[in-house]
Design a protein around this ligand. Structure first.
Ligand code: PMP
Length: 434
C-alpha cells in the first residue's frame, strides 16, 4: 500500500545499502499479534516467518511482554551482578539442556546476536583444548562476525574479508536430496571426511579445537541430516578429544517440537549455542550452554558490556514457561506434520516441488526448475513468496540457490491459521510452478 511504499522509499534514502529488504514484499509493519502482522496501510498478513524463527511464542505475547515490562520498570542493565532474572533463566536452561548436559552444564550469556554466541563457543573450544583447527560444514551458516563468518560456508559472505580464521575445514553435510545419494551413503561420506580431517595423521588438522554443526541447517535450506550423522560426529569428537558444538540458534528453543534440534538425534553436545527465540518476544539475547568440565575460564576471561539484557532474560524465562504451560512443543510437532503432509500431497501433482523436509515448525520445501535442476529454481520460490504476500501470507526462502521455501510460523499458530496459510501456499505453487 501507499504508506508502506512511502516508508520503503524513506528507508532507501537514509538506511544502509546493506539492509536485506526483500523487494518483492513491499511491506512496512505497524502492529503484530500472535501469528499475524498488520502493515501501516491496515492490511493483515499471516506471518509464517516470525522474524527468522524468533517469535516462537508469537508476536507481542502478553505473558512474555508482562515479564519484560515488569523487569524494565525496575532496571534494565547491570553487567554481571546477580539478578533473579539472570539466575532463573540460567537454571531453566541448565535443566532443559539436551541429553546428559541437563544438570551438568553452565551458561555464558553473550552479546545480543547469535554470532556472539558462536564467537564465545570458538573461544571456549580453543581455550579448553589449546587447539586451533575447527571443522564446520558445507552449506552452513553460523553468523557474520569474523570468527562466525570463518565457519559460515557461503563464499559470497566472506570473499571481501579474508584472511579469516586459519585452519577451518568445511566437510560435507549430508544432504541426500542435492547429493543424489541414499541417506546412509551421504552420512558415511560426510563422516569419512571428518575422520580424515581430525583423526588421520596425513592431511588432517594438526591441532583441532572443535566441531561446529547445525543439527538441522537453516539458512542452508532446512536440511535435516539422516540419523547417524550427529551420532557419528559425537564419536569422532570423543576420539579426537575435542568438543562437539551444536549451533541451535535457529533449530533450538522449541522450534522443532523439542527444546533442542539435537534431541531428534539422541546426541549430547558438549556445547550448545542459542539466540533468536531465546529473548522471548524478540529481545536480543544469546547464550552458550556448555558442559561443566569446560568451565575453566577465570573471572573476566570472556568479557563484554552486554552479556544478557535483564528484561530479555525475564522474557526468555517467561517464554519457556509459556511454551511448556501451553504444550507448544507437541503443538509444533502436530502443526509441522500437518504442513509437511499437505505439502507432500501438493508435490504429488507438482514435480517442481521436489522435496519436503523438516521437524516441528522448521519446514523446508525444495523446488527445481522445469528441467529438474536446483540451481535455477530461485525464481520459482521468489514468485511463490510474492504471490503469498499478495494474498496475505509472509513466507521466506533459504538454500544456496534460494530455491527452498522456508516456513517458520510462531509455535502458537492455530490449526485454522495453518489451514489458511496452506491454501495460499497451494494456490501460489499452482500459479507459479507446474
Ligand atoms: N547460527 C545459525 C544456525 C543461524 O541461523 C544464525 C542466523 N540466521 C546465526 C548463527 C547467526 O545469528 P545472528 O544473525 O543473530 O548473528
Amino acid at each position: 500500500g501507499p504508506q508502506s511504499r512511502r516508508l520503503l522509499q524513506r528507508q532507501r534514502d537514509v538506511d544502509s545499502s546493506a539492509v536485506a529488504y526483500p523487494e518483492n514484499i513491499p511491506i512496512a509493519l505497524d502492529e503484530a499479534r500472535g501469528a499475524t502482522v498488520r502493515d501501516v496501510d491496515g492490511n493483515t498478513f499471516l506471518d509464517f516467518f516470525a522474524g527468522i524463527g524468533v517469535l516462537n511464542v508469537g508476536h507481542t505475547n502478553p505473558y512474555v511482554m508482562e515479564g519484560m515490562y515488569e523487569q524494565a520498570e525496575k532496571f534494565v542493565h547491570t553487567v554481571d551482578f546477580p539478578t533473579e532474572a539472570r539466575l532463573d533463566l540460567i537454571e531453566a536452561l541448565e535443566e532443559r539442556a539436551p541429553g546428559d548436559l541437563a544438570g551438568n552444564s553452565r551458561v555464558v550469556f553473550g552479546g545480543p546476536t547469535g554470532s556472539d554466541a558462536i564467537e564465545a563457543s570458538i573461544k571456549l573450544a580453543k581455550y579448553n583444548t589449546g587447539g586451533n583447527g575447527l571443522v564446520a560444514f558445507r552449506n552452513a551458516y553460523h553468523g557474520a562476525t569474523s570468527g562466525a563468518m570463518s565457519l559460515t560456508a557461503n563464499k559470497g559472505f566472506k570473499e571481501h574479508y579474508t584472511p579469516l580464521l586459519p585452519d577451518v575445514v568445511h566437510a560435507p553435510y549430508p544432504y541426500p536430496f542435492q547429493q543424489d545419494k541414499d541417506p546412509e551413503r551421504a552420512v558415511e561420506d560426510a563422516l569419512n571426511e571428518v575422520r580424515a580431517t581430525l583423526l588421520e595423521p596425513y592431511g588432517g588438522l594438526a591441532d583441532p579445537a572443535g566441531i561446529f554443526v547445525e543439527p538441522i541447517q537453516g539458512e542452508g535450506g532446512v536440511v535435516v541430516p539422516p540419523q547417524g550423522f550427529l551420532q557419528g560426529l559425537r564419536d569422532i569428537a570423543d576420539e579426537a578429544e575435542i568438543p562437539l558444538v551444536v549451533d541451535e540458534i535457529q533449530a533450538g528453543f522449541g522450534r522443532t517440537g523439542e527444546w533442542w534440534g539435537s534431541e531428534h538425534f539422541d546426541v549430547t553436545p558438549d556445547v550448545v549455542t542459542s539466540a533468536k527465540a531465546l529473548g522471548g518476544n524478540g529481545l536480543p539475547l544469546s547464550c552458550t550452554i556448555y558442559h561443566e568440565d569446560l568451565d575453566t575460564w577465570d573471572s573476566g576471561d570472556h568479557a563484554g558490556t552486554y552479556r544478557g539484557n535483564v528484561p530479555a532474560m525475564r522474557a526468555g524465562l517467561r517464554a519457556i514457561e509459556y511454551i511448556e504451560g501451553n504444550d507448544l512443543l507437541d503443538h509444533a510437532t502436530a502443526m509441522g506434520n500437518l504442513i509437511r503432509s499437505r505439502l507432500r500431497e501438493i508435490a504429488e501433482d507438482n514435480p517442481q516441488l521436489a522435496d519436503v523436509r523438516g521437524k516441528g515448525l522448521f519446514v523446508g520445501a525444495e523446488f527445481v526448475d522445469e528441467d529438474g535442476h536446483v540451481a535455477d529454481a530461485g525464481d520459482v520460490v521468489a514468485d511463490i513468496q510474492e504471490y503469498c504476500y499478495e494474498h496475505g501470507l509472509l513466507v521466506w526462502k533459504a538454500g544456496q540457490y534460494s530455491n527452498v521455501l522456508r516456513l517458520l510460523p510462531p509455535l502458537v499458530v492455530t490449526e485454522d491459521q495453518v489451514e489458511t496459510g496452506l491454501e495460499i501456499v497451494a494456490d501460489a505453487i499452482a500459479d507459479v510452478a507446474t
